[in-house]
Design a protein around this ligand. Structure first.
Ligand SMILES: *[C@@H]1O[C@H](CO)[C@@H](O)[C@H](O)[C@H]1NC(C)=O
Length: 326
């Protein structure tokens, strides 16, 4: 059978393709470094964790710079709100929402995995395999759970995590925890706040006072979903731990942010961005974001997308299980 010109060109293209592929594989062998700085491989495998983190830091810093510039433009003159693009005209003037100003621009140097139920309750964890390999117990704090324990239970199934859990609304968490995990769960019906008020019913506690009560000076993972109380609770913790030479004592924060308005809430664009930056200053970097669109679909609040989940990791942390084999 004689090949027609179309068949010949397909053959030529295929041959070039194979040459390129084999050339790549041969080259990539030479990229593998002799040693990995921290003794474990990274998301890219061919880079050391340190060089990967340098790249992540650069990508994050770029968005911090852009945020500063955009902030001057939009909040410099007047407060245009958190979701200024609502018509063709306002979209042209303000083509973004507040969430665009805090992108999850720091690439987690490990795998990112959604842990827990698909949908409500599930959370994104940077470096799940690092926690799975940990020898000492993963200190997991969970604030704001209700009866939705899919994240906490999967963490306990996959790692040796010990859980300290708090919620305003649930008297006992045991009915929502598999019996096999209950010995590793410590639960109290407490609210989370910037200042402790033990006389309230139920009592309110600051994060620092809860840690002191439990004898902790470090948390591996803090999951916090406390319906707006996150602003005061985390601010007071950040201020209290802002001591000379003191690291921010949390390895990873998995947070749901509630930009509520009305009913005594005061958060606006500049306040939110200052709050956010105060954690970046301590080494927290946003590695993942997921919008929670329930205020839109359930037509609550003003139907604006006021909720979002973020996963922050602490890159200045020297104790954390992400960076140390412990
Ligand atoms: C959790 O509470 C909600 C509403 O109160 C209820 O519909 C749901 O069945 C509960 N889930 C579990 C696992 O008990």
């Amino acid at each position: 059978m004689r090949a027609n010109p179309a068949q010949i060109s397909i053959f030529v293209v295929a041959a070039i393709f194979l040459l390129v592929i084999f050339g790549r594989i041969a080259n990539e062998k030479n990229y593998v470094p002799g040693s990995l700085v921290n003794g474990f491989s990274t998301a890219l495998g061919r880079q050391t964790t340190q060089s990967f983190m340098q790249t992540s830091e650069r990508l994050w810093a770029k968005t911090v710079k852009e945020r500063g510039e955009l902030r001057n433009v939009i909040y410099g003159q007047s407060d245009v709100g958190l979701f200024p693009a609502q018509t063709e005209q306002t979209l042209a003037a303000y083509p973004f929402t507040i969430w665009d100003m805090v992108p999850a621009s720091y690439n987690c140097p490990f795998e990112v995995e959604r842990v827990g139920r698909m949908g409500e309750g599930g959370k994104w964890v940077c470096g799940m395999s690092r926690y799975e390999k940990a020898k000492s117990p993963v200190v997991l704090y969970s604030m704001g759970i209700q009866n939705d324990t899919s994240f906490e239970q999967q963490m306990m199934a996959r790692t040796n995590a010990e859980l300290w859990a708090y919620d305003l609304t649930i008297v006992d968490i045991a009915p929502f925890i598999h019996p096999a995990f209950r010995p590793r769960v410590h639960y109290q019906q407490f609210g989370i706040s910037g200042t402790t008020n033990p006389h309230n019913v139920p009592p309110y506690f600051s994060i620092l006072d809860l840690m002191a009560q439990n004898g902790h000076d470090y948390i591996d993972i803090l999951k916090i979903d406390v319906e707006y109380a996150e602003f005061q609770a985390l601010s007071s913790f950040e201020l209290a731990t802002r001591q000379p030479g003191m690291e921010f004592p949390i390895g990873q924060i998995i947070i749901e942010i509630h930009l509520f308005h009305g009913d005594g809430t005061t958060v606006n664009g500049p306040l939110f961005l200052d709050w956010w930056a105060s954690f970046e200053a301590r080494g927290m970097r946003p590695t993942w974001a997921e919008p929670n669109l329930l205020t839109v679909t359930m037509k609550s609040e003003d139907e604006m997308p006021r909720l979002a989940k973020y996963s922050w990791i602490n890159v200045l942390d020297t104790r954390g299980k992400l960076w140390k084999n412990s």
